[in-house]
Design a protein around this ligand. Structure first.
Ligand code: ADP
Ligand code: MG
Length: 350
């Protein structure tokens, strides 16, 4: 069943936290919503879970309205599981008893707990451990296993990896994605981490100022952000002034480049956006299209400050090169910048 949000709004006092959020999450798919702290991520999950009521709009699962002007289904009847940021395991219960908590009396607990532990890639030898005897990543997987005991139709995950350190984070993230994939449950995750959001599922959405600014397939949103704010939110950007050079091409500091997506809305003055991953840099034999102004080591590489010619605005930009490429550049040398793929155009206001 598709999870449908339509025109959802929520205020606390005079603070408008969510405005007109509309979104569909097809059955069995995963979506990640990314937004900075205070952008309303937890509030949105709490509305869906049924811990808060929307001021306007509806929440439905298939044909069943869970919240709307006429109806409110209580949280425990929604078939929605919620995993909090810290996992919130019961500290005085073992792993097995944490997972079994909430199973109906008389159910075949042992077999079901066994099955859920397997789904969560948790070794059976951990069944009798207490939460404090587990790593952070294991605790999160137990929390998710516990949320799955009720066989929810939808699982909501509120920044589930933010308390884990980098190495464990990537590993736990993958384990959780595999687990959700195997269980076939519809899932919504909220996070402030763009890489986490982009790699989580079939859709990514960006929350800013209480609005869902853009949602779609991760590659699509990363490749064609609706505005500069979304572009900067999902990755690093290089933005330079550009002039039209006929249909679907512009002249800019990087040369004449094809326009991959035009988001300028026909503005007279435009900027061209490229991702640093598209940029290749080589010392220029003759000419070149930029000068290296300065080099600053980052340990793993170097940040080159480049100055563009031709009245580009801004006139300078920083570009990071890896350690073994850095030795090819010196301050003052001319470089040739090549861009793979085209640019995305945005209006230029300044
Ligand atoms: P996020 O999870 O993205 O960090 P939240 O949804 O927790 O954001 O909060 C969004 C805004 O709503 C914040 O300004 C927060 O202070 C406010 N807020 C959240 N819950 C409440 C509440 N129960 N009462 C009053 N203000 C709240
Ligand atoms: Mg939050």
């Amino acid at each position: 069943m598709t999870l449908s949000l339509s025109g959802l709004s929520k205020s606390f006092g005079t603070t408008r936290v969510l405005r007109d959020v509309t979104l569909e999450v097809p059955e069995g798919t995963r979506i990640a919503l990314v937004g900075s702290s205070g952008s309303g991520k937890s509030t949105l999950l709490r509305l869906i879970a049924g811990f808060e009521r929307p001021d306007a709009g509806t929440i439905a699962l298939g044909d069943r309205e869970l919240a709307g002007p006429r109806s409110t289904v209580p949280a425990h009847r929604r078939g929605i599981g919620y995993v909090a940021q810290d996992g919130a395991l019961f500290p005085h219960l073992s792993v097995a008893r944490n997972i079994a908590f909430g199973m109906p009396r008389g159910a075949r607990h042992v077999a079901r707990v066994h099955e859920l532990m397997e789904l969560a890639s948790l070794d059976q030898t951990l069944a009798d451990r207490m939460p404090h005897e587990l790593s952070g990543g294991q605790q999160q997987r137990v929390a998710l296993a516990r949320a799955l005991t009720q066989q929810p139709k939808v699982i909501l995950l509120d920044e589930p990896f933010s308390a884990l350190d980098t190495g464990l984070r990537a590993q736990t993230r993958q384990a959780v994605v595999d687990m959700l994939e195997r269980s076939g449950v519809t899932a919504m995750l909220v996070t402030h981490d763009r890489d986490e959001a982009l790699s989580f599922g079939q859709q990514v959405g960006v929350l800013a100022g209480g609005r869902l600014v853009q949602a779609g397939a991760p590659t699509g949103v990363f490749d064609a952000p609706i505005d500069v704010r979304v572009a900067e939110f999902l990755g690093d950007v290089m933005l330079v002034s550009a002039r039209s050079a006929g249909t679907d091409a512009v002249d800019c500091a990087f040369g004449r480049l094809p326009v991959r997506h035009d988001r300028s809305g026909g503005a007279a003055r435009v900027r061209a956006m490229v991702r640093p991953e598209q940029v290749r840099l080589a010392p220029a034999v003759d000419g070149g299209n930029a000068t290296v102004v300065s080099i600053r080591s980052t340990g793993a590489g170097a940040d080159l400050t480049l100055r563009f010619g031709g009245g580009s605005f801004p006139a300078e930009a920083t570009h990071r090169v890896p350690l073994h490429a850095a030795a090819r550049f010196q301050a003052g040398c001319q470089v040739q910048i090549t861009v793979d793929g085209g640019v995305v155009l945005y209006p230029r206001h300044e």
